[in-house]
Design a protein around this ligand. Structure first.
Ligand SMILES: *Cc1c(COP(=O)(O)O)cnc(C)c1O
Length: 462
């Protein structure tokens, strides 16, 4: 029996509340069927605690809301853009910023500039939209994360690290001219929100310099990654988060950012770089796909909230509370022996669906099944992160069954209380006690791209 930590104290007080209710059992049963057992297709009104995603679901601060009133909605040269540019320069150390409406738009612009058909993009695991944007211009994403990342029980402190032997293997197999760039994700989402170490980032820079390969980061969860570096990596115990972030970014050629996560805003994203060529190329294409290069799909007020949120999201006390709230939920589940990915990650607790539902075949989609069952049981909305999410092999068309078949309990920032975490934990634990009564699912509708968003399922008989 593990000893549970004290729930973390909140470094804020609540000024505005949004009422929520628990729908009846009858309504939940109906709602999940109407949604084809896909939690993405549920109505928000039918959800009590929404831990589908931490994307765009943060509560903004009074300071960010005040910034919203200072939106300069000029088509060109909005002062909010320059505030955003300054925040990126101060916090991340990059010279140039190209704003986009959210992360995948930044991925689109980077990919169409840097990837030629037939090239590969090595990355520490993968992310759904990132993989898609590598495939659209004719590329392929290949996995270079360390083996430990694929093992839910392994306690490695930096499961997001790159394995240099794997990377070298891809260079030898495909040839140097086939490497478009190396892509590095911070606090790797699909691995369970697991960080990469500063040492690994530094080594990667040296390795890639030897071959003149570009290193492009996905810094969506970089502030939470920086917090883990400070907690776990020797030499950084007392380093300010901003200094850690500046050093991390100094080992890259540029990055994409989905600001809907660590920047505490509901919408926004950007490309940042100090490389003039990457900047000029993406600044030139942003005007085709997003909007002028001083707004890129965001309103002035949204850029202001983002500029302020980028700074706020790096405060040590906030990051400590944030990651500890996630850990608190994880420890409640671990104490009841619910199988979760360890160590507990930065933004979410990931349940190992293969162990939770051992009576199901992979083709019965254990992750999807569990996510739907949690909703039906308690009106808590989670999401599958397993075979449905990864999709099919782009060459053979076959389903891919990754080693990790997970359900993600993703905690929005500053939104739910520790009592909400206890409700979630108790609901999952209760379901775990009758897990063998949960029947599997059959996929009855599959869209062509990013199928997890819109696929529909039917319940099989037990
Ligand atoms: C959310 C996310 C993206 C995509 O960003 P959107 O803002 O949702 O378009 C890219 N990479 C990672 C790691 C993400 O979590």
């Amino acid at each position: 029996m593990i000893e549970i930590m004290q729930p973390p104290v909140e470094p804020f007080k609540i000024k505005v509340v949004e009422p929520v209710t628990i729908p009846s059992e009858e309504r939940r049963k109906k709602a999940i069927r109407e949604a084809g057992f896909n939690t993405f297709l549920l109505l928000s009104e039918d959800v009590y605690i929404d831990i589908l995603t931490d994307s765009g679901t943060s509560a903004m601060s009074d300071n960010q809301w005040a910034g919203m009133m200072l939106g300069d909605e000029a088509y060109a040269g909005s002062k909010n853009f320059y505030n955003l540019e300054k925040a990126v320069q101060d916090i991340l150390g990059y010279k140039y910023v190209v704003p986009t409406h959210q992360g995948r738009a930044a991925e689109h612009l980077i990919s169409r500039y840097l990837i030629k058909p037939g090239q590969i993009v090595p990355r520490n695991m993968y992310f759904t939209t990132s993989k898609m944007h590598v495939e659209i211009p004719g590329g392929k994403m290949v996995d270079t994360v360390i083996d430990e990342a694929h093992d839910p029980e392994n306690l490695h402190p930096f499961k997001g690290n790159i394995d240099f032997e794997k990377l070298q293997g891809y260079i030898d197999e495909y040839g140097l001219d086939k490497i478009a760039f190396v892509n590095v994700e911070m606090n790797v989402n699909m691995a369970g929100g697991q960080p990469i170490s500063m040492e690994n980032l530094r080594k990667l820079r040296e390795f890639c310099d030897g071959y003149k390969i570009k290193v492009i980061y996905d810094i969506t969860r970089s502030s939470e990654n920086a917090y883990f570096i400070r907690e776990r990596e020797k030499g950084y115990e007392n380093t300010p988060i901003i200094d850690i972030l500046n050093e991390m970014m100094s080992y890259s050629d540029g990055c994409i950012h989905s600001s809907k996560k660590d920047c505490l805003v509901n919408i926004g994203g950007f490309i940042a770089t100090s490389d003039k060529e990457i900047y000029e190329a993406t600044r030139s294409s942003v005007v085709i796909y997003e909007g002028l290069h001083t707004y890129g799909g965001m309103a002035g007020r949204d850029m202001e909230a983002l500029a302020r949120g980028l700074r706020e999201g790096t405060q040590y006390e906030y990051l400590k509370y944030r990651t500890n709230q996630v850990r608190y939920l994880g420890e409640l589940l671990m104490q009841a022996n619910v199988p979760v990915v360890k160590p507990i990650g930065g933004h979410a607790v990931f349940i190992n669906a293969l162990e939770f539902l051992p009576h199901l075949q992979r083709e019965q989609w254990p992750g999807q099944t569990l996510s739907a069952a949690i909703y039906e049981h308690s009106a808590v909305r989670t999401m599958e992160r397993g075979a449905v999410s990864i999709g099919r092999d782009s060459q053979t068309g076959e389903n891919i069954f990754p080693p990790l078949e997970l359900v993600r309990l993703t905690i929005p920032r500053r939104v739910y209380t520790n009592t909400h975490m206890e409700y979630v934990a108790n609901s999952v634990i209760d379901l775990y006690e009758r897990r063998d009564t949960i029947p599997g699912l059959k996929m009855i509708y599959e869209p062509k791209h990013l199928r997890f968003f819109q696929a529909r399922f039917e319940q099989m008989t037990l």
